[in-house]
Design a protein around this ligand. Structure first.
Ligand code: NAD
Ligand code: IPM
Ligand code: MN
Length: 356
């Protein structure tokens, strides 16, 4: 088969990790007989430098014209003083919105070989961890009205959390459908003891639940959820939550698995076109040093095969190659532990490809 993939390397470690993922893509193409037409486009800081804006229209068009988008990461200190709408991060929010990618799937799996890399005690993770965080991605406080005001008390700033019934229904359906294919347990995380938007969230999730009687639905306040993720992460199967809570809880969940450098994501909407990116950022502290863990990006590529290209065997091949490499003791610095073999970004990519 022939596929069109739009590639957005972005900033910082973005080009380092995307380089390794693209080599995996090419290898899979040869092995399984697919051809990929790759279109590289600018987004984030690199786009600001070249085009004056973080998300040029040409990049949106390129993404819309392909079967899937593979993204590295955006942002960095160089652009931190720009006004909000001109920052690299605005480009990322812009492409998620432009493609209608309202559902962000962030699987947090602790691999057997990585138990030593988890900061949690071995008895807490002994039975393994396999959590799917489903983060609403195009609504909430990220996209609500924000601004600055002069008040009697001096300068003020505000951001608004708002969710419509329709937005909650569609993400809740993704939550229940996902739970049906897994352990049939759905934990909806909100702050309904304080926020009106969370009270509507909880009400609508309860309504959608009527169509999924086989799924055990529970609710948890986000502060408790943050604590429970560390106390007993094995209690979770699918977590369904808002944009900002999902952002924060998925970083926490990633560390339970050993490192933020391990967690992939898929951003999906109403069509097959999805965007695939690691959940971590551009890690300016290690950019260009051959230190970044490319596994989150390589696993994001696997998610691309599964969700946008409908090629599960190719996805399985990538995922099991990663597991075997970890089993053999190869580690980037972020997941290293005593007795393991520490390698750089490029070497990790090469070893995963050799395993394929
Ligand atoms: P970050 O995720 O970039 O880094 C946090 C810490 O994790 C750093 O110590 C970093 O070295 C480490 N880390 C991250 N990815 C790693 C990897 N693959 N391998 C090894 N270590 C890794 O978060 P931050 O420092 O808060 O943000 C840096 C920049 O990235 C900011 O501009 C932020 O806005 C941006 N950001 C972008 C995305 C994205 O593009 N999706 C996500 C998060 C943050
Ligand atoms: C992520 C990032 C982004 C987010 C930022 C960079 C806009 O943290 O993808 O998790 O908050 O969604
Ligand atoms: Mn984040």
């Amino acid at each position: 088969m022939n596929f069109k993939i739009t590639v957005l390397p972005g900033d910082g470690i973005g080009p380092d990790i995307i380089g390794e993922a693209l080599e995996v893509l090419k290898l899979i193409g040869g092995k399984f007989g697919h051809s990929f037409q790759l279109t590289e486009a600018d987004m984030g800081g690199v786009a600001i430098d070249k085009h004056g804006v973080p998300l040029p229209q040409s990049t949106i068009d390129a993404c819309k014209g392909g079967d899937a988008v593979l993204l590295g990461a955006v942002g960095g200190p160089k652009w931190d003083t720009l006004p909000g709408h001109l920052r690299p991060e605005a480009g990322l929010l812009g492409i998620r919105a432009a493609l209608g990618l309202y559902a962000n799937l962030r699987p947090a799996i602790i691999y057997g070989a990585l138990k030593e890399a988890s900061p949690l005690k071995s008895e807490i993770i002994s039975n393994g961890i396999d959590i799917m965080v489903i983060r609403e991605l195009t609504g909430g406080i990220y996209f609500g009205k924000r601004g600055r005001l002069d008040t009697e008390g001096g300068e003020a700033a505000y951001d608004t959390e708002m969710y419509s019934r329709a937005e909650i229904v569609r993400i809740a359906k993704v939550g229940f459908e996902t739970a049906m294919k897994r352990g049939r347990k759905l934990m909806s995380v909100d702050k309904a003891n304080v926020l009106e938007s969370s009270r509507l969230w909880r009400q609508v999730v309860e309504e959608v639940a009527k169509d999924y009687p086989e799924v055990a639905l529970s609710h948890m306040y986000v502060d408790n959820a943050a604590m429970q993720l560390v106390r007993n992460p094995a209690q979770f199967d699918v977590i369904l939550t808002s944009n900002i809570f999902g952002d924060i809880l998925s970083d926490e969940a990633s560390m339970i698995t050993g490192s933020i450098g391990m967690l992939p994501s898929a951003s999906l909407g109403a069509t097959r076109l999805g965007l695939y990116e690691p959940i971590h950022g551009s890690a300016p502290d290690i950019a260009g040093q051959d230190k970044a863990n490319p596994i989150a990006t390589i696993l994001s590529l696997a998610m691309m095969f599964r969700y946008s290209l409908d090629l599960p065997a190719e996805a399985d091949a990538i995922e099991s190659a990663v597991v075997r490499v970890l089993d053999k003791g190869f580690r980037t610095g972020d997941i290293a532990s005593a007795g393991t073999n520490v390698v750089g970004t490029r070497e990790m990519g090469r070893i995963i490809r050799a395993e394929l």
